[in-house]
Design a protein around this ligand. Structure first.
Ligand SMILES: C[S@@+](CC[C@H](N)C(=O)[O-])C[C@H]1O[C@@H](n2cnc3c(N)ncnc32)[C@H](O)[C@@H]1O
Length: 363
């Protein structure tokens, strides 16, 4: 048992089994042992790779998307460019480089980063030296005036609660202790009588309350103050039942209870519910589109071709491999598993990237 597992076991012995959301929050954000507090987890030697780390093309296209949005907003002289969970700062750096060609954009924006990890803040400071980013612990202070907000693989890192349908109704899934004192999943003794969603026996319901609150907060802000937000993540366009909690270490799946704080814990994002929360908060919705359709509509093939013209043979092979990985369907690529959802103030025209193919449920 590692140090964080021992600490969690102590909390359970004192207070009883804990909700999955509390377990996730401790694993990811514990000040000394939390996954993101202690490491830079990206890349081949780390635990996972994200789209901005796969290719500069991803951030460049999103940069041009942001600059187009800024023009559609009437080219305001001051606008905050906010990123939630910026990782190594690669996406923001690529966005900035690509938008040098847009007159006035870089002078108009100030960069605001919402990041809890001290290790990654240091990394972002190095990557983004010269841009003078302002860091925030939480979303509230980052939102001021008109904003353009991007969040890639951020919502999937936010803690959620899980409930299982039993003969007595929904019962919360909890993290407790097994027979030998090891961390083990179990169910709350009493059913959740307030939960009235019909489902068949053993169905699992996930409640992403933290993510829903953040999406609603961002949506309410852009609706009132102007601008738009882009959320990119793996997940489903339609709500459903199922256990999506997963732990990843060294690019493979592991038991989420085995080594708390040593593996990345994530969940799939329910884009239908995120969209509903955004609509309720007053924003206009764009998508969700698949990452494939979004990047193709933004001109990924043209960008890959332009880069290839200046590249040697090895570089061309790398560009081609990255292109495939970003848009391939199925388990090998990110093209269909990842979805893109934008929220905006209601006075904006349709946003680029959402006009090619709509996912079937979007009509
Ligand atoms: C999976 S990484 C994605 C990084 C980056 N967006 C990318 O695509 O490479 C998640 C990021 O969110 C940050 N993060 C996780 N939970 C957070 C929270 N509650 N508040 C702010 N940042 C958080 C992590 O430190 C990390 O920078």
């Amino acid at each position: 048992m590692n140090a964080l597992a021992a600490e969690i076991a102590g909390i359970i012995r004192a207070d009883g089994p804990m909700p999955v959301s509390r377990y996730m929050a401790l694993c990811l954000g514990h000040p000394r042992h939390g996954y993101y507090m202690t490491r830079d987890p990206f890349g081949q030697r780390g635990d996972f790779t994200t789209a901005p780390e796969i290719s500069q093309m991803f951030g460049e296209l999103i940069g041009l998307w942001a600059a187009h949005l800024w023009q559609a907003m009437g080219s305001p002289v001051r606008v905050r460019l906010v990123e939630l969970g910026p990782g190594r700062g690669t996406l923001m750096a690529d966005m900035q480089r690509a938008t040098r060609i847009v007159p006035g954009f870089r002078e108009a924006i100030s960069v605001h980063l919402v990041e809890t990890s001290p290790v990654l803040r240091q990394r972002q400071a190095a990557t983004l030296a010269g841009l003078e980013p302002v860091w925030h612990d939480g979303i509230g202070p980052a939102l001021e005036g008109p904003v353009i907000l991007v969040a890639n693989e951020f919502l999937d890192a936010l803690p959620l609660d899980q409930f299982v349908m039993t003969a007595e109704g929904w019962r919360e899934r909890l993290v407790g202790l097994g027979e030998n004192g090891e961390l083990a999943f179990g169910l709350a003794a009493a059913p959740e009588t307030a939960l009235r969603i019909a489902a068949s026996a053993d169905s699992m319901l996930e409640q992403p309350s933290v993510a829903l609150d953040i999406v609603a907060q961002v949506a309410g802000h852009v609706a009132a103050e102007g601008g738009a937000a882009l959320f990119i993540d793996y997940g489903s366009a339609l709500s459903g039942f199922g256990d999506t909690l997963q732990a990843m270490q060294k690019h493979g799946f592991v038991d989420p209870l085995a080594e708390p704080g040593e593996a990345d814990l994530t969940v799939h994002v329910d884009f239908e519910r995120m969209g509903q929360a955004a609509l309720k908060a007053g924003a206009a919705l764009h998508g969700p589109a698949s990452q494939r359709d979004f990047l193709l509509a933004l001109g990924l093939p043209q960008r890959a071709q332009a880069l290839s013209l200046k590249a040697d043979a090895d570089q061309r092979a790398a560009i081609s491999a990255a292109f495939d990985r970003l848009i391939a369907p199925g388990d090998t690529g990110m093209g269909e598993l990842f979805k893109v959802l934008a929220l905006s103030s209601r006075n904006l025209p349709p946003l680029p990237g959402f006009d090619l193919h709509r996912l079937p449920d979007q009509g």
